[in-house]
Design a protein around this ligand. Structure first.
Ligand code: AHR
Length: 505
């Protein structure tokens, strides 16, 4: 196809609203896994460490990303975790065999230190409880420890540990990936549903202000999906507020066109989970709507082979250290678009994870820090994708790939920030060779002009960033202009773009 033939059209109107975007859609995740906590969050001997041993270079980049909520402490790790091991005097904390990742957990960092860190990076915490090896009792005790003001055993214990004020953690996960045979304490849907419902009941008796996430499927390929959601929600529907979704993609066949279309699978996943929630709602004649918490999403496959070499029972080894390519960043941009398009139901989402472990931020122990390719779409969408998600009318040429048919070359989401009088268009051109001309009718945005057109492009789909060189980084030379209520933009071949417009005052 010749360059000048690839054209798409869009109509954007401020009245075509999907939903107010819940800022928690830009959340992330820190698990006690690999070097996420030890070497990422915490490295007391590092030159940038603060008085608590937290790396300030890491905190600076986390703050730059404006991460509103961080899921903690797992992940698979939470399913055999004793939260009591991580509180109280450090010298008395036990070293444990951490079964999920087969490492040694030193427990130098636990609930209270992580709450301190989260406060410093301006994030809330989404706390997960262990429903693998434990249950109602450990969950209600942890909640009492964290949220009860005082005068009871666990709230007084927190005070003895130096935390006079409750942490007031609002969002709690009822276990992690309990459908997965790899999970310590894996359960059938009925076993999990009953336990989660009873745990939820007890937790809401301790603190009725909390919100709870019921475990959904670990990914779309699970043989129990979506029956798992239907059966578990049958038990948890009236007690929980969200159901979780997890999904990772990888370009295992080295087929870029097919790989970057994986966000279509993510959208289908979201739609199926919404339908399943609403089926249970109808079945129960319920007035309540369950929303979605996409609390693990990202690309994960680069490190799979390397991780098999890790010596068991090491301390904070370099696990899941995917080095992300340019094409991974393209897919991450589209995964963010997929969630924004469904922001009427996806209220929480966590890029998994945040530092060192399948992460946008990488560090060297005792050394420097760098931004992976995926940092950029996450950064721009988090910082500028705040407000109301709009539903554009799109007409785009399409292609077929191995797993997908009718993949639009133009993948986009649109956000209107009424307060700032800003219109932000996130747009990917999935064409591997041709640039894409897009004409956008923005009639209802009179007097809006382009402030910036950020472009992430690269001639090498496998280009990566390292500590020493940043090959994948955005530039500001995008071609976009407004004339007579029409925004004309050119999206370079295989590129992620953010076009930001503001009303002229
Ligand atoms: O994020 C890495 C792992 O992926 C998490 O521990 C688990 O929940 C998922 O399988």
């Amino acid at each position: 196809m010749g360059n000048d033939l690839l054209k798409a059209k869009m109509v954007v109107d401020k009245e075509f609203k999907i939903s107010e975007i819940d800022p928690r859609i830009y959340g992330s995740f820190i698990e006690h896994l690999g070097r996420a906590v030890y070497g990422g969050v915490y490295e007391p001997d590092h030159p940038t460490a603060d008085e608590h041993g937290f790396r300030q270079d890491v905190m600076d980049l986390v703050k730059e990303l404006q991460v509103p909520i961080v899921r903690y402490p797992g992940g698979n790790m939470v399913s055999a975790y004793n939260w009591e091991d991580g509180v109280g005097p450090r010298a008395e904390r036990p070293r444990r065999l951490e079964l999920a990742w087969r490492v040694i957990e030193t427990n130098e960092i636990g609930t209270n230190e992580f709450m301190d860190w989260a406060k410093k990076v301006n994030s809330e915490v989404m706390m997960a409880v262990n429903l693998g090896t434990r249950g109602i009792d450990a969950a209600r005790n942890l909640l009492e420890y964290c949220n009860h003001p005082g005068g009871t055993y666990y709230s007084e214990l927190r005070k003895q540990h130096g935390y006079n004020n409750p942490h007031n953690i609002k969002t709690w996960c009822l276990g992690n990936e309990m459908d997965g045979p790899w999970q310590v304490g894996h359960k059938t849907a009925n076993e999990y549903g009953r336990l989660a419902a009873e745990t939820a009941k007890a937790m809401k008796l301790v603190d009725p202000t909390i919100e709870l996430v019921s475990c959904g499927s670990s990914n779309t390929a699970m043989p129990t999906f979506p029956e798992w959601e239907a059966t578990t929600l049958d038990h948890t529907y009236e007690h929980a507020d969200y159901v979780s979704l997890h999904q990772y993609y990888g370009n295992r066949d080295n087929d870029t066109a097919n790989y970057i279309a994986s966000s279509l699978d993510m959208e289908n996943f979201i739609k199926t989970v919404i339908s399943t929630c609403d089926y249970i709602k109808a079945k129960k004649r319920s007035k309540k709507t369950i929303n979605l918490s996409f609390d693990e999403w990202n690309v994960w496959f680069h490190s799979n082979e390397q991780d098999k070499q890790i010596e068991p029972w090491s301390i904070a080894p370099p696990q899941l250290e995917d080095v992300y390519t340019f094409e991974d960043a393209i897919l991450v941009g589209s995964m963010l678009n997929a969630m924004l398009k469904h922001s009427d139901r996806v209220k929480i989402a966590c890029m998994a994870q945040l530092v060192n472990v399948i992460a946008p931020i990488m560090t060297e122990n005792g050394g420097g820090i760098w931004k992976q390719s995926i940092f950029y779409p996450y950064y721009y969408t988090s910082v500028y994708g705040r407000g109301v998600a709009l539903q554009p009318v799109i007409s785009s040429p399409k292609y077929d790939s191995k797993d997908f048919t009718d993949v639009p070359y133009l993948d986009t989401s649109v956000v209107y920030n009424e307060e700032k009088e800003e219109l932000v268009i996130f747009a990917t051109n999935r064409h591997l060779k041709d640039l894409l001309h897009v004409d956008i009718d923005i009639r209802s945005f009179e007097d809006y002009q382009v402030v910036e057109h950020v472009v992430l492009e690269n001639d090498d789909v496998k280009a990566v960033n390292t500590l020493k060189s940043e090959s994948v980084k955005p530039h500001l030379n995008g071609e976009s202009s407004v004339t007579d209520g029409k925004l004309s933009t050119v999206l370079p071949k295989l590129s992620w773009n953010m076009i930001r417009l503001r009303r002229n005052k």
